[in-house]
Design a protein around this ligand. Structure first.
Ligand code: KIV
Length: 267
């Protein structure tokens, strides 16, 4: 059986040059499949706003939503590292409020680490959570909670000034003690530079192949969520068509009187 992955294992993986895998999951059944398939870590991402709740951004998610979904994933866990997102406004009001919310996600949800979007602007909150003995994962680049400030879901760090800002934020987060940083929606060259300058692992999504690991939203990579498919999403399956055709077969068999047959009937 695979060894339990922890924040320490993440660092060992980077030191050994072994790529880290992470996928989102938000419920027991899917988490069990993904964990049994051997993924290193699960993110209970606030992307559940889109995939589970049908919203067009991550902003509506609450701390209670994250706790609810984290609990379900934890039920399925054997050896993956469980990281949960801190939702929009759960770490922006005050340091005290931030630590209380992070603590609830760990204590009530069962997460082993929390992820926050931002750099030097949230450094006091990051340090306070780490002081409370809760591991923190950073998240820089196209941070979806900033969609309104960015004026849309736009690739970040294309010009020198913004690239430097993201690199400096990454270094500040590392100094503050985060165990890893997600780099989302930035040019490959910048992600490579950050990954080389940091001793902690970077996890990329839309940031090219030079990151120390990769994360994707499960519904995206399984071809289940097609409202919007970003360039960086590789669909490893087309579950939309698999599920649609299974449901259509069921409807037809019920309507034609072909289901249930003897095999599916108690005597
Ligand atoms: O919420 C999420 O799924 C995420 C990933 C896109 C990194 O933050």
């Amino acid at each position: 059986m695979k060894k339990k992955v922890t924040v320490k294992t993440y660092q060992e993986f980077k030191n050994e040059g072994r790529k880290i895998t992470m996928l989102t999951a938000y419920d027991y059944t899917m988490a069990k499949l993904v964990i049994n398939a051997g993924v290193d870590s699960i993110l209970i991402g606030d992307s559940l706003a889109m995939t589970m709740q049908g919203h067009s951004s991550t902003l509506p998610v609450t701390v209670d939503d994250i706790i609810y979904h984290t609990k379900m994933v934890v039920q399925a866990n054997t050896n993956a590292l469980i990281v949960s997102d801190m939702p929009f406004l759960s770490y922006h009001v005050s340091v005290e409020d931030t630590v209380r919310n992070a603590g609830r996600i760990v204590k009530e949800g069962g997460a082993e680490a929390v992820k926050l979007e931002g750099g030097r602007n949230i450094i006091d909150q990051v340090k306070a959570i780490i002081d409370a003995q809760i591991p923190v994962m950073g998240h820089l680049g196209l941070t979806p909670q900033s969609v309104n400030a960015f004026g849309g879901f736009k690739v970040q760090g294309r010009d020198d000034e913004n690239a430097k800002r993201i690199l400096d934020d990454a270094l500040a987060l590392q100094d503050a003690g985060v165990f890893s940083i997600v780099l989302e929606g930035i040019p490959e060259k910048l992600a490579k530079e950050i990954s080389e300058q940091l001793y902690i692992p970077t996890i990329g999504i839309g940031a090219g192949k030079h990151c120390d690991g990769q994360v994707l939203v499960l519904q995206d990579m399984l071809g289940m969520y097609d409202n919007f498919v970003p360039k960086f999403v590789k669909q490893y399956a087309n579950l939309n068509s698999v599920i649609t055709s299974a449901v259509q077969d069921y409807i037809k068999e019920v309507q034609d009187g072909d289901f249930p047959t003897e095999e599916y009937t108690y005597k």
